[in-house]
Design a protein around this ligand. Structure first.
Ligand code: IPM
Ligand code: MN
Length: 346
């Protein structure tokens, strides 16, 4: 479309800094005739301290009207663990039915990784985003006593599994290698694990061109490090996907480069794009954060909105920037954003 009405949620810590660079590159890459409108939302730790609110209904309603959401990072040590995660980030993912959490991993040139010099790594994790142990389905009895009992139930529905598995098959089918790996733990988690595997096999019959594989999650972590080139598209549940994508980021150039999209494929709700990394309060406000993950998330955002050409421009700019950066030097957040803005504009 010829206009983008973007919601911006900078959030906490380095979120502000990296989002500013993401917007800079977005403005630089868009052709003149695409009108960009942005609205910033004051959500996160400061808002919570001020008003006790995490995501009021008014904001949720207003966010619904945007084409997409760009989010920086959520979380601060001054807020009890879980308050912002559940009350803001997960609330957005659930409210906007972001059932595909898309997390690509590419080995960019010249990056500090234990896998440098290895064959090309280019896979994408399709992490389920609305179910699993993330639904808050649990409880604690005799809390704080030696007799405490806590449960944290993983919720899996056939509906929820089938739609994310189908999305993963579609993605695999459209990639050159056409390979899809299901990651679960069905030797122990037999109820959810078998349901995932049955649905995976059944839906697979509709995609005869896609080669399939199954791995237990523990084995998958080994292959992420020893044979990452074996992966093309991976589909997995919410928690396994959370863990695997941090590992994927670590082995393919660091968390500073890992982008993600929380996608609502039906288009009923806006999709939300964010770096995989957190708010990094230890380095916030110092210009030390690498904005590249956010800038690559902007590329995913553009692709989702149909601006494929601009998405590719950003990805190529990042690849060129990393390939040509002077070894041993460090750049500020701003400098990296400026360098990428110049590259995408030229
Ligand atoms: C992520 C984060 C979140 C998650 C947290 C902050 C709730 O780790 O986006 O990967 O677990 O999904
Ligand atoms: Mn995570």
């Amino acid at each position: 479309s010829r206009s983008i009405n973007l919601a911006v949620v900078p959030g906490d810590g380095i979120g502000q800094e990296v989002v500013a660079q993401g917007l800079k590159v977005l403005a630089a890459v868009l052709p003149q005739d695409v009108k960009l409108e942005t609205k910033e939302y004051d959500l996160g730790a400061q808002r919570w301290h001020r008003t006790g609110e995490t995501l009021p209904d008014a904001e949720l309603d207003s966010l619904k009207n945007h084409d997409a959401i760009l989010l920086g990072a959520i979380g601060d040590p001054s807020v009890p663990s879980g308050v912002l995660e559940r009350g803001l980030l997960l609330k957005l993912r659930f409210a906007f039915d972001h059932y595909v959490n898309l997390r690509p991993s590419k080995l960019f040139p010249n990056t500090a990784t234990p896998l440098a010099g290895r064959p090309d790594i280019d896979f994408v994790v399709v992490r389920e985003g609305t179910e699993g142990p993330y639904t808050g389905n649990g409880g604690s009895l005799r809390t704080g006593t030696p007799a405490e009992v806590a449960t944290e139930v993983s919720l899996n529905t056939a509906y929820g599994v089938e739609r994310v598995v189908r999305d993963a098959y579609e993605r695999a089918d459209s990639r050159p290698r056409k390979k899809l790996t299901l990651v679960h733990k069905n030797n122990v988690l037999v109820y959810a694990g078998h349901m995932w595997k049955n649905i995976f096999d059944r839906v697979g019959q509709e995609y005869p061109e896609v080669t399939t594989d199954y791995l237990h999650v523990d084995a998958a972590t080994i292959f992420f490090v020893t044979q990452p080139e074996r992966f093309d598209v991976i589909v997995t549940d919410n928690l396994f996907g959370d863990i695997l994508t941090d590992l994927a980021a670590a082995v393919t150039g660091g968390i500073g480069l890992a982008a993600s999209g929380n996608i609502n494929p039906t288009g009923e709700f806006p999709s939300m794009f964010e770096p995989v990394h957190g708010s990094a309060p230890d380095i916030a406000g110092q210009g030390k954060a690498d904005p590249t993950a956010t800038i690559l998330s902007v590329a995913l955002l553009l692709r989702h909105l149909g601006h494929e050409h601009e998405a590719v421009r950003i990805e190529e700019a990042v690849a060129a920037d990393l390939a040509e950066r002077a070894p041993g030097t460090t750049r500020t957040t701003d400098e990296i954003g400026d360098a990428l803005a110049v590259r995408v504009a030229s």
